[in-house]
Design a protein. Structure first.
Length: 562
């Protein structure tokens, strides 16, 4: 029998609605980002959920920009969001919408609620509105402007629209219940005055609708069936339903799911914007950022992110996921596809004294031992090589299997070499060169007499090496930010050593013309991506995507025991 598919709670709802014909057999979702910043890995969960459900059930998914705050929105953010969604592997077809497309219709709906006695113009300031709202234990108080008659409200709202009043002087509020236990139902603001130029509508409007009013009606206009939101909107669902029911329009279903939380990761767009504006990172696409643009530049693949999201799943209860799982998914993906190459990050010159001067031979290297179809490549081998400085010790500890005076090691794909002497800088005393001899009969790295050599080093031929800058990254935060952390405390958690740039690194010659975005495994170093932003002809820059050390299995084992 075929394996039974396990459904998350949202897909279970969708399947039940299809069974009962609730929406005439339709599945229509949407992803409604605000264009006020770049998308991050948390948004990827919502993107993946909404587009995947539409794909799985033969439905549609809209991309709709919630562009109702002209003070915070830019075309740069619109463009980046569309690029990110396409990069993840999804497409909205001809269903690209903006909340600003509906400004005229939303205004008409607001007028309709005024005419029904369900909305009124309020002159309280934002501070006074908060004061009148009450608390979780105390009911709110009615605004002194709550009982204005319909004609006065219509007149004032039209004058708000015409630009007669300054910012913040008046709002349009829904007339619901100032004693409601749900604070969102205590006469929420529907419109505020903002004399600001909108990135699409220019100066056509000086009043802008609030999210709760805009969102449900945009869903209704687009005839969405399942409006999937993160869990913080659960308390807003009553208001979502109230607007639609009072206006008597098509009514989608709002469903809330737990947002993605990652350890040692900032997933607040407001805080990410601070990191950029205050210079803690270079840009929204800085490889240390959890933005999709930053992850892409670092070398994360859409396949790895989608597999991570599959493993995380969709639930109602909020949980925090270890970032090691995300890194594990990337390693799994890249292990199967990434070419193995040789790169020396902290070079130390090695001279093979008994190797003929001027001689260059080619050795054969396997591109990916996990993929037999990846084939092999030729690497130049010469008298002078570069090896890792950290692979040499003058006074090695016990169980040291790498280079040391008198020690023999294997050069990957090459020969066995023995270190005979060291050359020092006369001024600093630093070791600058190793003098070695090779066994000419050991080509391929195997001794003809069968002697065992335990250490294997990567290397690069010095005359053929490509110079590069290599950037290593650590977590941006030093520790886990506690819930509700103060802004000043958050700033103190930033890791000052989250980025290390190594210049003068030496790469095998085939990487000299690597396309930006190329991802490889640097043997023994990790997976690296040719920086799409900074790599250009003659200037090779590589970002480490993830190290080779995988700690997820240990964490998973510990969790299963707990």
């Amino acid at each position: 029998m075929p394996e039974e598919r396990t459904l998350d709670f949202i897909r279970s709802i969708v399947e039940e609605d299809l069974r009962t014909g609730k929406y005439d057999g339709r599945v229509h979702t949407r992803f409604p980002p605000e264009p006020n910043g770049y998308l991050h890995i948390g948004h990827a969960k919502a993107i993946n959920l909404n587009f995947s459900i539409a794909e799985e059930y033969g439905g549609l998914c809209n991309l709709r920009f919630d562009d109702t705050n002209p003070c915070m929105e830019e075309e740069e953010y619109v463009d980046s969001i569309m690029e990110d969604i396409h990069w993840l592997g999804f497409d909205w077809g001809d269903r690209l919408y903006y909340a600003s497309d509906y400004f005229g219709k939303l205004y008409d709906y607001a007028v309709q609620l005024i005419e029904m006695g369900k909305a009124y113009v309020c002159d309280l300031s934002p501070e006074e509105i908060r004061e009148y709202r009450g608390s979780l234990t105390e009911p709110g108080r009615n605004s002194p402007y709550r009982d204005r008659d319909v004609e006065e409200n219509l007149d004032l709202f039209a004058r708000m629209r015409a630009g007669e009043f300054p910012d913040g002087s008046r709002t349009l509020r829904a007339r619901i219940d100032m004693a409601a236990s749900n604070m969102n139902m205590r006469d929420p603001v529907m419109y505020r005055i903002l004399h600001a130029t909108h990135h699409r509508t220019g100066d056509e409007w000086c009043i802008y609708p609030m999210y709760d009013f805009t969102h449900c009606l945009s869903d209704s206009i687009e005839r969405i069936t399942h409006s999937n939101c993160s869990i913080e909107f659960e308390d807003h669902r009553a208001l979502y339903d109230w607007f639609l029911d009072e206006l008597g329009v098509y009514h989608p279903q709002q469903i809330e799911f737990a947002r993605l939380n990652l350890t040692r990761t900032v997933l607040s767009k407001r805080k990410l914007k601070r990191l950029v504006e205050e210079g803690h990172v270079e840009s929204w696409d800085d490889p240390r950022m959890p933005t999709l643009a930053g992850l892409r530049r670092r070398g994360y693949t859409p396949e790895a992110i989608r597999e991570f999201l599959r493993r995380v799943g969709v639930a109602k209860t909020p949980t925090t996921i270890e970032i090691e799982l995300l890194e594990h998914c990337l390693r799994e993906d890249l292990n199967a596809r990434a070419q193995r190459v040789m790169a020396v990050l902290r070079p130390l010159r090695l001279v093979i004294e008994n190797y003929p001067e001027g001689r260059v031979e080619e050795v054969e290297a396997i591109n990916n031992p996990e993929d037999s179809s990846a084939g092999t490549r030729k690497l130049p081998f010469s008298r002078e090589l570069f090896v890792e400085r950290t692979d040499f010790r003058e006074d090695p500890p016990k169980k040291w299997f790498r280079l040391a005076p008198g020690r023999e090691v294997r050069l990957k794909h090459g020969y066995l070499v023995t270190c005979n002497d060291v050359v020092r800088d006369p001024s600093s005393g630093e070791v600058v060169e190793l003098r070695c001899e090779y066994d000419p009969e050991s080509r391929g790295g195997e001794a003809p007499d069968g002697r065992k050599v335990r250490g294997t080093l990567h290397w690069v031929s010095a005359p053929h090496a490509v110079d590069a800058e290599v950037r290593l990254f650590d977590h941006l935060l030093l520790e886990e930010p506690p819930e509700g952390v103060e802004e000043t405390d958050f700033e103190n958690m930033i890791n000052p050593d989250s980025r290390e740039a190594l210049s003068g690194c030496k790469l095998e010659p085939g990487l000299g013309d690597a396309e930006p975005g190329t991802i490889c495994q640097f043997m023994r170093q990790g997976y690296f991506c040719a920086d799409p932003a900074d790599s250009r002809e003659g200037e090779s820059v590589w970002n480490r995507s993830v190290s080779l050390r995988d700690t997820w299995a240990k964490i998973e084992k510990s969790q299963s025991r707990g």
